[in-house]
Design a protein around this ligand. Structure first.
Ligand code: ZN
Ligand code: ZN
Length: 106
């Protein structure tokens, strides 16, 4: 469990643009692992297309930056492979060139 005080600390980091601190927190690691388990370590978009790909990233459906209070909500997390993760963000965020290469971010 994350206390309100700790959650506020995480939210403050996000609002301050210190996202890497959030992504390195033990709370995020624990929640990310919970999401991966829930999704059977499978990319959920590949799965929706009847394909299998091992999970590589855990995506925030509602962006961390705009919805910091949902950053540790399991219902806001989705297990994706890197290819699907990039596709989702290209759709969400066409003006930015965001490329995900590891599990440390987003
Ligand atoms: Zn995928
Ligand atoms: Zn994402």
């Amino acid at each position: 469990m994350v206390t309100n005080k700790r959650m506020q600390e995480l939210i403050n980091w996000i609002n301050d643009g210190q996202l890497m601190k959030f992504y390195k927190s033990k709370e995020w690691f624990a929640k990310r692992e919970q999401a991966r388990q829930r999704d059977n370590y499978e990319c959920q978009l590949c799965k929706a297309e009847g394909k299998y790909h091992r999970v590589e990233n855990v995506h925030h459906i509602k962006e961390v930056k705009t919805h910091p209070h949902l950053s540790l909500s399991l219902s806001n997390l989705q297990s994706l492979c890197i290819a699907c993760h990039n596709k989702v963000h290209e759709r969400l965020d066409e003006q930015h060139e965001v490329k995900f290469t590891n599990e440390e971010r987003w």
